[in-house]
Design a protein around this ligand. Structure first.
Ligand SMILES: NC(=O)C1=CN([C@@H]2O[C@H](COP(=O)(O)OP(=O)(O)OC[C@H]3O[C@@H](n4cnc5c(N)ncnc54)[C@H](O)[C@@H]3O)[C@@H](O)[C@H]2O)C=CC1
Ligand SMILES: CC(=O)C(=O)O
Ligand SMILES: [Mg+2]
Length: 540
């Protein structure tokens, strides 16, 4: 690589930290001003500029421009200011980047593949990777971005957000990742009508042509990178679960919204059980918003009951009630998804319910101790609903985890106040601690960002054949002793500031489980050491 190229290579550059000798050796001494700054000094300059940017969106646009041009500098700065950068780089601000992508598009950091040109998938992957080895492919078709819906090619920014978290949390090497925007069109009319829209101006393609395109993408990826993990993000409800079902046993793959979210909520439930003494077999979960994430969470909680606690499958499924747009999910309803059918209740099973569209009635009849919100319906957990939860259970777990913040089913503060401090709460985006009755309640962030970096890093380090049900459970159990069960007001999930330690523990447990099940494609003797050795550092 010539000096000029090194200077402008985002993975290799050290910018103003190149020493005088390096500048001479590389032939770039004439391309930089005289000062040699330390990496920490430059990271601090980034942080100061970040502080000066006037809005969260402006902060994100600035930080991602640093990421695109100088990876080591970006991750050094993010490492120092993790808790402050997370909501900017990732949720909730990433939603604004996506919604306003047409106005602020300032350079691309992903590969784009188009359903109009399946023959060019391989070329797009190669053009992005530039001959680098790839461990991780993160892709989206952007039909279900967070809770904000279909954003077509503008959804590309969810990939940059997810990847920044991967490296900051688990230490995945940023030069060995490949973000892929799967452009199959959009059904958002305002994008189709927008002259500045950057994606394919067509309605979403579905059916066999869509499936063939996804299959071609998987094959082109595996042909180049046979051991890479494919991470699916924010695919819409019609596609997400079927894609996962098609591939999860055959290739190394994770659907973050289904599995990552499921493991995260299970981890919160394990902590709540530990603190409250709730017995696994007594867990009753009501999922409000039974789509991709909601059914994924139900599946994960049920898997734990079956595989870790020996409950029979039927009883475990009966411990979950789903509630969707039409109300309680009941077997005689039309258009239930395959995932919903497994949990559908019998018609007339709850004779005391006069209105199956009433959440309060559903709570009173089913008496759940866990309430999950993945509906995108702001304020759906009303005071009456939350009080109904607290009237049946001493310490309910309430998880209004729809993103971004303005779509959450309730705020942590309201839930704490309405339950007189008895509920455990976790929210999808960061929540400030809540003061109530002389206790400070810390609110864990119930976001899959806590789990997907560690799960996938562990699976990649183990070169696992696929991600098994036990590997996912191992991830949830790995962080259960990071919770201080004796501290009043303690959060049920560890804090984002500890994301590196969380990810290390999760990765180690997941890789160890892969080895225990014989799923590792290469021998691995010291798993903890292998995870530590694989961690990329901006110091290297
Ligand atoms: N905190 C986290 O880590 C994660 C949070 N989420 C959030 O969960 C929400 C849902 O995401 P997905 O599951 O991907 O979307 P989805 O579209 O697959 O599911 C949403 C479900 O809510 C249902 N719904 C809509 N209106 C409703 C109403 N009034 N009452 C009851 N149900 C209603 C829909 O019919 C659908 O089944 C989003 O806000 C997303 O940001 C998703 C993944 C991870
Ligand atoms: C966090 C996430 O993956 C979502 O809200 O879709
Ligand atoms: Mg998502």
């Amino acid at each position: 690589m010539t000096g000029f190229k090194t200077l402008h290579d985002s993975y290799a550059t050290n910018g103003l930290s190149f020493s005088a000798q390096e500048r001479e050796d590389l032939g770039i001494d004439g391309l930089l001003p005289a000062a040699v700054q330390t990496p920490d000094q430059r990271a601090e300059i980034v942080y100061q500029r970040f502080l000066q940017e006037p809005t969260d969106l402006a902060k994100r646009i600035y930080l991602m421009s640093v990421c695109r041009t100088d990876r080591k500098l970006f991750y050094r700065s993010m490492d120092k200011h993790l808790t402050e950068y997370m909501p900017i780089v990732y949720a909730p601000t990433v939603a604004q980047s996506i919604q306003q992508y047409d106005k602020y598009y300032s350079g691309s950091d992903v590969a784009y593949i188009s359903i109009e040109h399946p023959d060019r998938i391989g070329a797009a992957l190669d053009q992005y990777a530039q001959g680098r080895e790839i461990d991780l492919v993160v892709c989206t078709d952007a039909e279900g971005i967070l809770g904000i819906g279909d954003w077509g090619a503008q959804g590309a920014e969810i990939l940059t957000g997810k990847l920044a978290v991967y490296t900051a949390a688990a230490g995945i090497d940023p030069s060995r990742v490949l973000p892929v925007m799967v452009d199959v069109g959009t059904n958002r009319q305002e994008l189709l009508d927008n002259p500045d829209y950057v994606g394919n101006r067509i309605e979403r393609v579905r059916g066999q042509r869509y499936d063939d395109f996804i299959e071609a993408f998987v094959q082109e990826t595996l042909q180049r990178y046979p051991k890479a993990l494919i991470h699916w993000e924010d695919f819409g409800r019609p596609e997400a679960a079927p894609i996962l079902e098609r591939y999860r046993r055959n290739i190394l793959t994770l659907n973050d919204d289904i599995q990552g979210t499921g493991v995260t909520v299970l981890a919160a439930l394990l902590a709540a059980r530990k603190i409250s003494g709730l017995k696994p077999e007594d867990t009753r979960t009501l999922v409000y918003g039974a789509g991709t994430a909601g059914v994924g969470i139900a599946n994960q909680i049920v898997d734990d009951l079956i595989l870790e606690h020996g409950m029979d499958e039927e009883a475990a499924r009966k411990s979950v009630m789903l509630f969707d747009r039409q109300g309680m999910v009941i077997a005689d309803q039309d258009d239930l998804t395959v995932g919903q059918q497994k949990y559908a209740r019998e018609p007339g099973e709850f004779p005391e319910v006069s209105d199956t569209t009433s959440l309060v009635e559903a709570i009173n009849a089913f008496q759940p101790n866990v309430l999950i919100g993945t509906s995108t319906q702001h304020g759906a957990f009303t005071q009456d609903a939350v009080k109904a939860m607290a009237s049946h259970v001493e310490r309910p777990l309430i998880c209004p985890i729809s993103n971004p913040t303005e779509l959450a089913e309730a705020t942590a503060k309201d839930v704490i106040e309405w339950t007189e401090g008895r509920a455990f709460v976790t929210t999808g985006t960061p929540s400030a601690p809540v003061e109530y009755g002389g206790t400070t309640y810390y609110i864990g962030q119930g976001n899959n960002a806590l789990m997907y970096p560690g799960i996938c890093f562990g699976a990649i380090v183990a070169k696992a054949q696929h991600i098994s049900r036990h590997m996912l459970l191992a991830g949830a159990y790995a962080i259960s002793d990071m919770i201080d069960a004796d501290q009043p007001g303690a959060a049920v999930l560890p804090a984002v500031k500890d994301l590196k330690e969380i990810s290390r523990r999760v990765a180690t447990a997941v890789a160890q489980q892969a080895v225990d099940e014989g799923l590792n494609r290469e021998p691995l003797s010291d798993v903890a050491q292998a995870v530590a050795d694989a961690r990329w550092s901006f110091e290297d």
